[in-house]
Design a protein around this ligand. Structure first.
Ligand SMILES: [Zn+2]
Length: 434
């Protein structure tokens, strides 16, 4: 049955609107509620938004689905470093089976849908001669396609040049149907290997019409300078905005002169950057005494230079990060604090970093956003505006994917019985009306 969303508040519309979904799962019409006869549902299922916000869904631009829910298996990452994370994962990898991967991934995809995420880019480790995780993820991508769009990145966790057979495995991943080519130049053994690995990734993507998303300079080493290589090759190859540099945490340690030079190269290249604030606050700075670095990329400065920057969750309960609920709203809040983007306008930018800016990373233009003719995929939020969503961590009351209601949200209220006081309630959906 087609869906009719009644009386929702939509950015750019002064009055509440009725949004009607067509039989094709696309938005058929958006009209002011005051202009729509209330008894004419046209046989549609009615979702009463009752004045709540209707917003495009969240987009997860950077997660590692293959490793989710493996924290502590077979051992915990005690040092909390990226390096021990890779060691623990290298121990877990031989234990991967098809069913193990599918079961864990489906669990986290359900969390994501409940949180309002309908578009996901997942890195998948391809430094595994059997490519067990990638084969499973290709199957999952197909299984969930009516609800979620899943992009898969061939991610060479242990290197392309420094890992035996790394380049061949990348090519095999292309034949299995990945959407994006990855790289990890700062992990390669030498600077030259790192440069070569970026060249291989860009060349492979160019030849097969794919995108590039490299883990780039995820280290607190001010000498790690591969973003300049990736951005330059993105520009020269013509791939430009189809290229993304992820993490780039070394930028948090670069001097001002080099930062200035680099931001010009990045802006000119058209590439996207993805910062993963929760995980890099946790992993970086681990080798520092005080003062201890934040270990995040230069988000505020890059936005100021006109670069598209998005926020990713990165890891969900795996060897690199023991926490996480797969909720981009939490990522936006942590990103806001960690990068000191805290004015009202800046908090709105952090919300954009997990919505439309992340959609640009995935290249979703035309398939994302609330407009007539576009897929009817959106969330309903009991909040005033994006600032309110981030501040109160408002979860969606409804999630609609391609015209189908796929999730309903919870209540957020508690009753307080304090000694000497009358019973009272705290309702986190309402305290904006304080
Ligand atoms: Zn990552």
């Amino acid at each position: 049955m087609p869906l009719l969303v009644r009386a929702g508040r939509l950015a750019g519309h002064a009055e509440p609107v009725d949004l009607r979904v067509g039989d094709d799962g696309r938005i058929a019409s958006i009209v002011a509620t005051s202009d729509a006869p209330s008894d004419d549902t046209g046989g549609a299922e009615v979702l009463d938004a009752a004045g709540r916000m209707i917003a495009p869904p969240y987009v997860e631009p950077h997660v590692h689905l293959d490793s989710v829910l493996t924290a502590g298996e077979p051992r915990w990452n005690e040092s909390g470093t990226l390096w021990e994370g890779i060691e623990r994962w290298t121990e877990r990898k031989p234990l991967l089976t098809h069913d193990d991967v599918v079961g864990r991934v489906m669990q986290v995809l359900r969390w994501q849908v409940a949180n309002g995420v309908l578009f996901v880019r997942s890195h998948v480790d391809v430094t595994d001669p059997d490519l067990t995780a990638l084969r499973a993820l290709v199957e999952v991508r197909e299984r969930v396609r009516d609800v979620m769009t899943l992009q898969l990145v061939a991610f060479p966790q242990e290197g392309i040049v420094s890992f035996d057979g790394g380049e061949k495995l990348l090519e095999e991943a292309v034949h299995l149907g990945v959407d994006v080519i990855g790289a990890i130049p700062h992990y390669e053994d030498t600077r030259e290997d790192g440069v070569r690995s970026v060249e291989i990734a860009v060349d492979l993507a160019s030849r097969h019409g794919l995108m590039v998303d490299a883990h780039c300079d995820e280290i607190d080493d001010e000498q790690s300078r591969f973003v300049e290589v990736l951005a330059t090759l993105a520009n020269r190859s013509g791939l430009r905005e189809r290229v993304t540099a992820s993490h780039t945490t070394a930028m948090g340690s670069y001097n001002a002169a080099y930062s200035y030079k680099l931001s010009r190269i990045i802006a000119r290249s058209g590439i996207n950057l993805v910062c993963n604030p929760m995980v890099n606050l946790h992993l970086q700075g681990r080798f520092d005494a005080y003062p201890k670095r934040r270990g995040l990329t230069q988000v505020k400065e890059l936005l100021g230079a006109g670069v598209n920057v998005a926020f990713g969750h990165d890891d969900v309960m795996d060897p690199w990060f023991p926490l996480g609920t797969a909720n981009p709203c939490q990522v936006a809040l942590v990103g806001s604090l960690a990068t000191q983007l805290t004015s009202p306008a800046e908090v709105r930018e952090c919300y954009r970093a997990v919505t439309d800016r992340a959609a640009r990373v995935l290249g979703l233009q035309g398939g994302y956003g609330i407009e007539v003719g576009r897929p009817a995929s959106f969330v309903v939020l009991d909040a005033r505006d994006p600032f309110d969503v981030v501040r109160r961590q408002v979860r969606p009351s409804h999630v609609v994917a391609n015209g189908h209601l796929v999730a309903r949200g919870p209540e957020h209220a508690s009753t307080l019985t304090w000694p000497g006081e009358d019973e009272m309630s705290v309702d986190f959906r309402r305290d904006a009306d304080r």
